[in-house]
Structure formats: C-alpha cells, structure tokens
Design a protein around this ligand. Structure first.
Ligand SMILES: Nc1ncnc2c1ncn2[C@@H]1O[C@H](COP(=O)(O)OP(=O)(O)OP(=O)(O)O)[C@@H](O)[C@H]1O
Ligand SMILES: [Mg+2]
Length: 556
C-alpha cells in the first residue's frame, strides 16, 4: 500500500507548463493595456481611489500601477518593473511596461503555436537586446549640460506629457534650478557634504565659472537634498526654488526674533535639557535641602550647556531633539532664536545650505562648526501655519522647492511631474547624451533589428524579429493616443527610417511623422537604454517560468 505523496498545499492554485506561460503573457499584456493610454503628450489621466479612501489623479505609469491591486504573480512582477525604472532613472515607467507587455505578446505565438523552447526564445531576446542598445547609442548625440535653453527644452519635452504642461516653462526652471543647486563634483574638488569653509568658497567660484569636467564623478542626490514642500492655496505660478531650506516650524518661544539677517547657525542633534540617567535611576534623599540641591544641579547643567553654546555667538540654534523651558530662557537672553525637533533629513539639508556642522556634544562646539552662509532667517505665516525659511544662502548644496496649487491632489500630481523633470535633468547631467523622442529611437531600433533578423539562421530569427515588431508599439501608441491612423503613419515612418533618417518620429499632437531635430523632443539616452533593458530582461524572466503556484487560497 502506497500513501499519496503531497509536496504542496493542495488548497493553493497551481498552473504548469504551457498553461503557465500563456497565463503569464496574458497577465503582462493586461497590465500593459491598462496604462497604454497614458503615453505621450496627449495622455489621459487616471483617477484612482486608494484603499485608504485617498484620491490619486495621475498619468504617471508608476504611480498608477502602485495603486492598483493585482493578484496574478506575473502582473505583480510587472509592477515591480515600473518601480525599478522609477528608482533607476525616474522617467519612462509607462514606456517600459508597454514594451515588456508587447514583447511578450509578440513572442507568444512562437512558444504556444510553434512550440519553440523558451530557452531559445530567451537567447534570441538577449541577442536582440545587445543589438538594440548599440543602435540606441548610434542614434544618440551628446549635449552640453551648461546650455540652459537646450536643457530647458529637454526637460520641457519630459514635462510635455504631463499634467503640468500648462506651466511648462516655470516647472522646467524649477527642476533645472533644483538639480543644478545640488550638483557637486564634476571637475570641482568634489564631495563636501557639510562643506567646510575653504572648500566651499572655491566650489562657489569654479561652479559659477561653469568649469565642468566629466572625468570626475558628479554626485546629484535629488532624493536626499531636494525637498519638495507642498502648500495648498495660492497659485501654481507662485512656486519657486529656495536658495536654502524651508521647514514647517516656528521658533520655540514667542519672544524670539523671527527675522535675522546673516544668522550664525548652530546645528545640534542633542537635547538641550538636563541629562537624565541612562536607565531608570532611583535617588534616595533624607534631607529636604538635598532635594533643592538636586534641582539646582539640574538647573546649573542646563545653564552651562547654554553658556557653551552662546560662547560661539550664534543667533540661531537648531536641534533635532527637545529644548527645555529653562534652556529656552537662557538662549533667549543670549539673543538666539531656537528651533527644535527638526527631522534628521532636514538637519542634513540645513547643514548643506548654511555650512554648519551638526554637533552632537555641546562641549565640542567650535567656531568652524557655525554656519554663516545663510542670507536670511525668517518665520512667516502662510495660511494658518508658521513656516521657517533659511533663504538666500551663498552656494547652497541643497534646496527646497515650494509648490503652490489649488488642491492637495493637484499638488501631489505636480510633485510627481516635477520628480520626472528632475530625473531627466539629473540623468543628462550624469551622462550628457540624448536620444530622439517621439518613438524615433524605438523605430530606429526596430528597423535595425528587422534588418539583422534576416541574417540570422535557424529558429532564433523569429523571436528576434518579434522584438523588432514589439519596438514599434511605442510610435504606434503615440499615434493612437494622438488620434492618428496607426497603419498609414507607421508605414511612412518605417520607410523614412529605412532610408536612414533615424531622427524621424511622431508629432505627438497631430499624430504625423516629423523630424525630431526640428520638432525638438529629445530624451536622455540612459532612460531609453534602461527602458529597453528592463523590458527585455523582464520578458525573459517571465518566459523562463513554467510553474506558477500562487499562495492565495482558492475560494471555497
Ligand atoms: N511632444 C511629443 N511628441 C511626440 N512624442 C512625445 C512628445 N513628448 C514626449 N513624447 C514621447 O512620449 C514618451 C514618453 O511618454 P510619457 O512621459 O507619458 O511616459 P514615460 O516617460 O514612459 O513614463 P512616465 O513619465 O509616466 O514615467 C516618450 O517616448 C517620448 O519620446
Ligand atoms: Mg515621462
């Protein structure tokens, strides 16, 4: 008698072999179809209600996929794909999903009908990938990142597909200013995060002179050093980039000054209170005077602490931790304004803009730790909240972008768009090379691959050709979204490329063929490369699967 051997929980859903592959391909296509209409300058918005009841109004591929709830593992992996793209390069998230879906769809018949083994298909895809990347490099051209009008046009093209297109000029400026202000390195004595005095002064002069040497690594950390603050109300045109930092804080004591020019900033990450015992402390006292003495000692401790701070003559003290009433009193008497409980990330940014060093032990405070690069400190009432500004800093290495707008949902979308714009600016500064947009690059790749496919031998040819066909989906979607006639326009475009005009692309507003050199839509080469790479690699990954076990229980 033989007992049945059960490897897996039988209540789980399981599909294997061909069936699994088909189901993966279908899921990937379904996800791609959801966001197909969000590509290009005539993109539609999607309105999503998230589980918490919040509203998301967007056409950013990643933001949409993040909100929707999917059950199929392949679809989940597609969402992951857009997240990678978003983190790697920040733009092109819609493109990558559409491409991956289309590549899988094009490969499907070879696997399902022609019965080609997935490994063969994958080999062909990998080959197509490396040829595609070469072709992208060929059609790309270098750009001068110090050329402001050219940079603005470039960012404008990325923003042109977004909701903020109506304020395009302003948004481009914001993005460019923000990214430029956090750039360090590149021919300069790079990396002075908290900036000591001599170092900063020579950074200032050389970056103003525009010396830019691509041999030294450039660091542009927009995530850490660019903060976007959204204040509902006002008009979008009032948005601006501060040459400094803004915090949603007020001074701790109403009598402290709310306006200081050229403040001397001391940055701390320790509490300004008497030191409590590390662990629970018990004190036994027998005499009444001892109790008074204890209080006195505590008071003295705080006084000494404040005197040590005041010895470097600061006018503004900012700490991450608390400030006791007594410390407030002493610091107020010493003529300081005090901010407390700032965030660690804010402190880092303040350090970059003012040149102050974050000090942990007050005893160690030195003159060189004091930040003096800030032009003005002021606290303003906007709406019914107080906001602190550290503005007009000389050569700030961090910044705050203040966004104003009618409502929270709109501001959130503007923020996402600004992120895309900054990503584009950042990418170009890191690797100054541009590819033609409007589907031109994809079409060039498609034509090239189709040509090469003919020289391939054996069955690899078909899946290779499938990638070539799949690449056409970007120009096709652009034409469709602009209301053009995909079949006719696409064949026009294809013939132009066959004649060697690799900059011919789609005018996203009319859906006609135009030359991108005149039309002026260019995108960073890294974004194009990354989207092709991610799309093909994830297609390979999904094709390799022949067994799907989903842990979700079957409904009884
Ligand atoms: N004015 C235009 N005319 C034609 N094509 C354009 C124009 N502007 C942008 N494009 C093209 O649209 C595509 C980008 O669209 P979109 O910004 O909506 O999606 P994405 O960048 O892939 O994803 P996301 O921005 O949501 O992360 C690119 O292929 C670009 O070349
Ligand atoms: Mg985009």
């Amino acid at each position: 008698m033989q007992a049945p051997v059960v490897f897996m929980n039988t209540s789980q859903e399981r599909t294997t072999g061909r069936e699994a592959q088909i189901s993966n391909i279908t899921a990937a296509k379904a996800v791609a179809d959801v966001i197909r209409t969000c590509l290009g300058p005539k993109a539609m918005l999607k309105m999503l209600l998230d589980p918490m009841g919040g509203l998301v109004l967007t056409n950013d591929g990643h933001a949409i996929l993040r909100e929707i709830d999917v059950a199929h593992p392949a679809a989940k992996s597609m969402l992951e794909l857009s997240r990678t793209q978003d983190e790697e390069v920040g733009d092109g998230t819609t493109t990558v999903i559409i491409l991956a879906g289309e590549i899988l769809a094009q490969c499907a018949p070879y696997i399902v009908e022609k019965n080609i083994h997935p490994v063969v298909v994958i080999q062909a895809l990998k080959r197509a990938l490396s040829d595609a990347l070469d072709e992208v490099e060929r059609v790309s051209k270098p750009v001068d990142v110090e050329n402001t009008p050219a940079m603005l046009r470039l960012i404008g093209a990325a923003i042109g597909t977004k909701y903020v297109a109506q304020w395009s000029e302003l948004m481009c400026r914001l993005a460019l200013d923000a990214v430029r202000s956090v750039r360090v390195g590149g021919g300069l004595s790079s990396g002075s995060p908290s900036g000591n005095a001599e170092n900063t002064s020579n950074t200032a002069t050389s970056s103003d002179a525009g010396i830019y040497d691509s041999s030294v690594p450039v660091e542009i950390d927009t995530k850490r050093y660019v903060r976007i603050e959204k204040i509902p109300g006002g008009d979008v045109s009032e948005s601006r980039v501060l040459r400094g930092v803004m915090l949603n804080k007020d001074v701790v004591h109403p009598k402290m000054s709310r306006y200081i020019e050229n403040p001397r900033v001391v940055l701390l990450d320790c509490p300004l209170e008497y030191k409590k015992g590390e662990s629970q402390t018990n004190i036994e006292i027998t005499r009444e005077e001892d109790w008074n003495r204890i209080l006195q000692i505590e008071e003295e401790q705080v006084r000494i602490l404040c005197e040590q701070i005041l010895s470097v003559k600061p006018t503004l003290v900012i700490t991450e931790k608390g400030v006791s009433d007594l410390a407030q009193h002493y610091l107020l008497k010493g003529g300081c304004s005090v901010l407390r409980r700032t965030k660690k990330s804010d402190n880092n940014r303040i350090s970059r803009v003012t040149g102050a060093t974050i000090v942990n032990r007050v005893e160690d405070l030195k003159e060189s730790d004091v930040g003096t690069r800030c032009g003005v400190f002021k606290v303003e009432l906007i709406g019914d909240e107080y906001f602190t500004f550290l503005d007009n800093c000389t050569d700030p290495k961090a910044c705050t972008v203040i966004l104003r707008g009618a409502s929270k949902d709109i501001l959130n979308e503007i923020e996402r768009n600004l992120h895309d714009a900054m990503a584009v600016a950042r990418n170009v500064m890191l690797s100054p090379s541009l590819s033609p947009g409007g589907g031109a690059t994809e079409m060039a790749v498609s034509v090239k691959l189709a040509e090469k496919a003919k020289q391939l031998e054996g069955i690899q040819q078909w899946p290779y050709q499938a990638v070539a066909d799949a690449m056409e989906c970007i120009p096709r979607t652009l034409i469709q979204n602009a209301g053009g006639n995909p079949i006719r326009v696409l064949s026009q475009l294809r013939s132009q490329h066959a004649q060697g005009k690799s900059t011919a692309g789609i005018d996203g507003d009319t859906g006609k063929v135009t030359d991108m050199v005149e039309y002026g839509v260019w995108e960073p080469e890294v974004i194009k490369q990354q989207s092709i790479k991610t799309a093909i690699e994830s297609a390979c990954l999904l094709l390799r699967v022949d067994d799907i076990v989903s842990g979700v229980r079957k409904q009884e």
